[in-house]
Design a protein. Structure first.
Length: 147
């Protein structure tokens, strides 16, 4: 155990703490001493016990307010985390739907391409047949005109 000598309200005290915690204890005592002196300056010398009680109450009030704010921030963080998970889920659902739509469009595109190729062959045959019929008609007409 380590010992720390501090001065509080004009009096010397020797406090013990875990080894390595000396700086933290000194810092805490500096803050308590400042708060005590601030209250003493604001309210006057009401007696050390009463000033210590008021200081303790103020410190506990600050502690509870800080604890309440920490809990609020934890709740906010949980809500944000929940919303993030929901958003992530929506994004994955959207991606999956779009992939399905793309696959469907690719299938439709292939079908349309195949239909176009079939129609192109059909129209080429139709044009060829029509051309042959017209040629045959013209030849017959020419033969009739020659006779």
């Amino acid at each position: 155990m380590a010992n720390v000598s501090i001065k509080f309200n004009g009096k010397e005290f020797l406090l013990s703490c875990e080894d390595g915690q000396e700086e933290q204890l000194e810092e805490l005592l500096i803050q308590i001493n400042q708060k005590f002196n601030h209250i003493k300056n604001d309210l006057g010398n009401l007696g050390e016990n009463k000033l210590l009680l008021i200081t303790a109450v103020k410190v506990m009030d600050e502690y509870h307010e800080t604890k309440k704010k920490v809990e609020q921030k934890k709740d906010e963080l949980k809500n944000l985390s929940k919303k993030f998970k929901e958003l992530k889920s929506l994004i994955y659902e959207y991606r999956d739907r779009k992939e399905e739509e793309i696959n469907e469009l690719n299938i439709n595109h292939s079908k349309l391409k195949s239909e176009i190729e079939i129609n192109q062959k059909y129209y080429e045959k139709l044009i060829e047949d029509t051309t042959n019929e017209i040629s045959s008609f013209v030849e017959k007409a020419n033969l009739e005109n020659l006779s």
